[in-house]
Design a protein around this ligand. Sequence first.
Ligand SMILES: [Zn+2]
Ligand SMILES: [Zn+2]
Length: 212
Amino acid sequence: MHITQLVVGPLGTNCYLVREEGGNKLLIIDPGGEPQAILEALAETGGTVSGIVCTHGHPDHTGALRQVAVATGAPVHIHPADTAMLRRTWPEFLVNEAALGPGMKVREIRENDTVTAGKMALRVLHTPGHTPGGICLSAEEVAFTGDTLFAGGVGRADLAEGDPAALEQSLARLARELSPITLVYPGHGEATIMTQELASNPWLAPGSAEAE
Ligand SMILES: [Zn+2]
Ligand SMILES: [Zn+2]
C-alpha cells in the first residue's frame, strides 16, 4: 500500500490517503480539516476513493468529512458507538455544523469487519477508551491507530466520551495483537514502530498500568 500523510486542522490531525498496491483505489482516513488540501492531494494520487474511514467521531478527525464525502461520493465508515458524534455540533470547538450532511452514505463498521479498496483490505479492531467507538485499522504490518495510540503516548480518556479502564484494555490488546514490526500511523504526531512503543511507551510497557 501507498500512504500519504497530511497534517490538517488546528490540532494537527493526521489524515491518511491509503492506496492499494498496483491499483488506483484508495481509502481516506480521518479527513479532519482543510478539505481543499485533502482533495488536492487526492487529485495528485490520481486514485478513486472507495471509502472514508473515521477512527472515531471527534470533530478534529471529521472537520472535512462533509466536503470530502460530497466531493468523492464515497461512503463514510464509522463504529456505531461513535455515529452520534457525526450528527451533533461541537460549539465548544466552534464546530456549528454536523459532520454528516444529507445524502451522505454511512456504513457502520464493527470489530473484525474489513474496509476494502480494490485489492486492499484493512481490518477493524474496536479499541474503545478515548471514545466508545474508537477503532484501529490494520493490514499487513501497518496499523492506523487514531487517538488510541501515539508515538510515546496515548489518547486522553478524561474527555466526556472517555473511559480510562477501556483504554487500558484496548492498549493491552494492541500490545498483544500487533506484531512488533507493525508500522503505527497515529491520529496525531509522527509514525512509529510497535517495537519502539513496546520498549518505551509507558502506557504499553508491562505493568505500567498498575504502577501508579
Ligand atoms: Zn479524539
Ligand atoms: Zn484527535
